[in-house]
Design a protein around this ligand. Structure first.
Ligand code: NBG
Length: 946
């Protein structure tokens, strides 16, 4: 494209020629608007589109006072501005594209009828998609500033700019969401519903921009308005509706389901308070409420008309209907579940799926009685309490607590979700015969397992289907994932609590159990201990409880573990009794993570480097393609580019660490990271002990020896459950050791230990790309899978770890020789545990413990319980047993790091070998082996593949 500005040929006008420009719709409008914005009136325009794909236009213009523009500077300004605007327009997706029409109405309403006329009018009013060229984007942002946020369009700050931009992206998400959902309705495929008490979504802005493929336009649009996208991105609050691995997995799954065009929805709870914010002062954790909705949430769509009643308490009435005994639950308390939809766009596809979150509101029907007795205000206040049900996420991810409110939350999710699914199913069905062919329900752990008795209740009591039919349907639609190997994490609800809160459900559970026990007895005979072990009802000494995992095992057609070793443990230990009788139900589905968020978007330099070698970005959808990087693992040129990317990311993290903690760390040191929830089984303590050991070695070394040492920055981050005393003491220990080490002049840059507060999804997006070594060091047989190890490996970070969870499969893919593996195996752990009273810890381990006890890091009294837990025959997680091998592995890390060519080769091989750990692969397996759903992709808008 050429812009020529001629000030001589016309006496009265300046003549602007735009030659050889691409013939793109909307160009003329862009030019005329731009000229008007520059204060130029067009007196004459000659538009020549003789050539099909190129155009030449010519405009005769004057300035606002009616004069020809001749000053060289003004002419230059016009040329630059026009050039920029046109360039942005041509590069962007400014194409107008027709939206699909409603096929059903077109075929059912003949031309000429009123219905058809109305439809044609409605269609013509919105027959195009919103345009994505820079100008249209700016217009929509500024519109939202004024009309959505009611701010002055000349005065809005970064936060308001973020919000307006987010609303403008939301408009585009809604178009895609609507058309996807319409397409699903038309095609009516089998759908899968992912039910989870947690979705740890993180931020949406950048993710949506990338997935809708509109980031360059938004970046440019904002830049021209005086805002930087990178700055605005930080204005978004994380949606932290989850604790850790389990909730983040659910979010990665949504991304993969959307990207793979599955007819899928997520269902969860819209907590008003997400995961608490953690601050650390003087080494002590403080929890702050995360009222993330405070300033509004532009990503959600409130659906005030989609609401369902959810009941609690009350009693059950028996009815005789034509000689058949029927039950009816008369609830004592009723609240409403209101839907909030969160569009989830896929990458490089027109599909946008839905995450529907329920919010609790007072029921709309009011108790007239209290109105009449005059207690109007009290009646309203009582109703208001309904909202507490969805008020707060329980911040303990493991120990089951038996709290009534938690039970109510679980039922709230189960009930609203099943009512919604049944309503959708009944729109185009008159019987339940096809329900199992139309619906798959995945339970993310047992948290939503009350869905089982709830579906039974709805089918039996509301739809009058009878036990056999209801059970047949229920047992065909549900499947369940177990996420733990720790027995005390298994949920058990006291029978008396369930009886009180959900009396009808308790009856149904008893009925399910009674039938199961009959069947079981026919197999195992009079082995009552076995029957007792397997029963859904646990007969405790003082009270009875419902084993939710057993309820799920008995009902679901499939149960899966989340990594190969974990799934084996389920079969051989936790659920061995069940596996023996129903082996066909057991499967493995090794976890995965989305490479979009965790590599392509959060590490753009590495993405570009990888794409440059793999001939494009197809690997962002087919992660196994990364394997091809193996070829370049020893290529010196590629290695140095690879290192340069890592170094840039490390500088960014160093800055982040300084902002968050005040500690200055050198980006030239080895960055060694352990970020995850604080748990004894994850053994952050083992890490700290080795830091103390390293510190001791530095102190004992001569200046010459120090010169040979590899400088290290050890980063630990993670939240402790508020009631988990030991975890909080471990944080204190990390901070105390950090205080000592970081301020010791003998140590300098050789060693730093920092605790990063408030580890969450968005800080992980800065930390993961910068890590060189990451620690996944749980006692073998305790971590079901682990998923952050996959993110780190993808980003070329080496793993130091035990043969636990998914580390085992990572080693298979990447090669053990490219990791630092140490420690006892899962087979040995029970034996070592039994013998630990007789175990003599290595002398260096004892020395570290003694140092803490002797107040080397102060706070000895406070830290003593931490020492007690791992010393003198306690040490349930076998820190002392693994200590020597861990130190050996750490020394190997140092040695290897000195050989940068070798280290970089291992790093490249980590990325190359991580293809298996895409959640796309995991979801493909779930879809095929468990859900029986297939992709359902709507046609590309405008018929052009993106
Ligand atoms: C966690 C496991 C992890 C696993 C994730 C996701 C819970 C209850 N379990 O090992 O501890 O990676 O689930 O499956 O959060």
């Amino acid at each position: 494209m050429i812009i020529e500005i001629d000030t001589t040929s016309d006496d009265e006008h300046t003549v602007i020629h735009i030659r050889d420009a691409p013939n793109k719709p909307g160009t003329l409008r862009v030019i005329t608007t731009a000229l008007a914005d520059l204060g130029l009136n067009i007196d004459k325009a000659v538009v020549d589109s003789a050539a099909e794909d190129r155009v030449s236009d010519c405009f005769h213009v004057k300035d606002l006072s009616g004069r020809k523009v001749t000053e060289a500077e003004d002419v230059e300004n016009i040329r630059t501005c026009l050039g920029m605007i046109l360039k942005a327009h041509f590069q962007s997706g400014g194409l107008e594209m027709a939206r699909p029409d409603d096929e059903q109405i077109l075929s059912s309403a003949p031309k000429g009828t009123d219905e058809r006329r109305k439809h044609d009018l409605l269609y013509s009013l919105m027959d195009r998609y919103l345009r994505n060229d820079v100008m249209s984007v700016q217009e929509s942002i500024v519109n939202h500033v004024e009309y959505t946020m009611a701010r002055n369009r000349y005065q809005f700050d970064d936060f308001e700019a973020y919000n307006a931009a987010a609303f403008s992206v939301r408009d585009r998400l809604i178009e895609s969401w609507n058309d996807t959902q319409q397409y699903f309705r038309d095609k009516s495929p089998k759908r899968v519903y992912y039910m989870s008490m947690e979705f740890l979504m993180g931020r949406s802005f950048l993710n949506s921009l990338y997935n809708l493929d509109i980031k360059p336009q938004y970046s440019e649009a904002l830049h021209q308005l005086g805002y930087e996208l990178e700055t605005l991105v930080d204005k978004e609050r994380d949606a932290a509706l989850g604790n850790g691995g389990l909730g983040r997995l659910a979010s990665c799954f949504l991304d993969s389901m959307a990207t793979m065009d599955l007819p899928a929805w997520g269902y969860g709870i819209r907590y008003q308070y997400g995961m608490f914010r953690q601050t650390v002062t003087d080494g002590f954790q403080h929890e702050h409420p995360d009222y993330w909705l405070n300033f509004g949430n532009p990503w959600e769509i409130e659906r005030p008309y989609i609401t369902y009643p959810v009941k609690f308490y009350g009693g059950v009435e028996e009815e005789d209907v034509d000689g058949v005994k029927m039950y009816k639950w008369i609830g004592g308390e009723e609240i409403s579940a209101v839907a909030y939809d969160n569009p989830v766009p896929g990458w490089n596809t027109p599909t946008t799926i839905n995450l529907r979150l329920w919010s609790a509101k007072p029921a709309r029907e009011f108790d007239l009685e209290s109105f009449n007795t005059g207690d109007y205000v009290q009646a309203i206040l009582a109703k208001q309490r309904a909202e507490t049900i969805s008020a707060v996420l329980y911040p303990d991810d493991r120990t089951y607590q038996g709290k009534e409110l938690r039970l109510k939350q679980q039922y709230f999710l189960a009930s609203a979700t099943l009512q919604d699914i049944i309503r959708r199913y009944l729109v185009n069905h008159t019987t339940f015969d096809e329900f199992p062919e139309q619906v798959a329900l995945q339970l993310n752990d047992t948290h939503p397992a009350l869905g089982i008795p709830e579906l039974m209740r709805l089918l039996l009591d509301e739809h009058k289907l009878g036990w056999t039919k209801s059970w047949d349907i229920t047992s065909k639609v549900f499947s369940f994932t177990n996420h733990t190997v720790l027995a005390d994490s298994l949920e058990k609800w006291p029978v008396d609590l369930l009886e009180r809160v959900l009396p009808r459900h308790m009856m149904i559970i008893y009925d399910i159990n009674w039938r199961f026990i009959q069947e079981l007895a026919s197999i195992v005979g009079e082995d009552y201990t076995r029957i007792g072990r397997m029963s859904i009802i646990e007969e405790g000494i003082e009270s009875k409880s419902v084993r939710m995992a057993h309820l799920a095992l008995v009902t679901c057609h499939t149960v899966n573990g989340v990594a190969a070793v974990h799934s084996e443990l389920l079969k051989t230990r936790m659920f061995a009794d069940f596996h023996e009788i129903m082996p066909e139900k057991f499967q493995n589905k090794t976890n995965g993570v989305t490479q979009r968020r965790w590599l392509a978007f959060s590490n753009p330099d590495l993405r570009d480097l990888i794409s440059s070698k793999l001939g494009g970005d197809a690997w962002i959808r087919e992660l196994e393609m990364l394997r091809d990087l193996d070829k370049y693992a020893e290529d010196a040129e590629f290695q140095s580019q690879w290192r340069a990317v890592k170094h840039k990311n490390k500088k960014k993290l160093a800055k982040f660490i300084e902002e968050k903690t005040g500690t200055v760390v050198s980006p030239d040191a080895l960055f060694d990271i352990q970020v995850k929830r604080i748990h004894e089984y994850k053994r952050q303590l083992l890490n700290v002990f080795s830091v103390i050991h390293r510190y001791n070695k530095i102190k004992a070394a001569t200046p010459e020896e120090r010169k040979e040492m590899v400088p290290r920055v050890v980063v630990i981050g993670g939240k402790a459950a508020p009631g988990y005393d030991m975890a909080k003491r471990i944080i204190k220990l990390v901070c105390s050791v950090g205080d000592k080490v970081n301020n010791d002049p003998d140590v300098g840059d050789l060693l730093k230990l920092v605790f990063i507060p408030d580890y969450n999804v968005s800080s992980a997006e800065v930390i993961v790309p910068a890590a060189e070594l990451s620690q996944h060091i749980s006692t073998a047989g305790t971590e079901a899978s682990g998923t952050s190890n996959m993110k780190f490996a993808m980003n070329g970070c080496l793993i130091i770890g035990t043969m636990d969870g998914s580390n085992v499969e990572i080693a298979e893919e990447i090669g053990k020789e490219n990791m630092f593996i140490f420690g006892a195996s899962a087979v040995d752990v029970p034996i070592l545990r039994a013998e630990r009273a007789r175990f003599k810890p290595p002398q260096e381990f004892d020395a570290v413990v003694e140092q803490i006890r002797n107040n080397a890091f102060e706070w000895a009294e406070f830290l003593n319980p931490v020492c007690d837990a791992v010393h003198g025959g306690a040490d349930y997680y076998l820190l002392a047993n693994d200590f020597e091998d861990y130190i050996r592995a750490q020394e190997l890390v140092d040695q290897t790091y000195k050989d940068q060519a070798k280290w970089t080769k291992m790093s490249i091989k980590s990325t190359a070998g991580s293809g298996k750990f895409s959640s796309d692969r995991t979801i493909r397996e779930y879809a095929k082996d468990i859900w029986g759903v297939v992709p359902c992709r709507r046609p590309e808008p405008g018929g052009n593949p993106r």
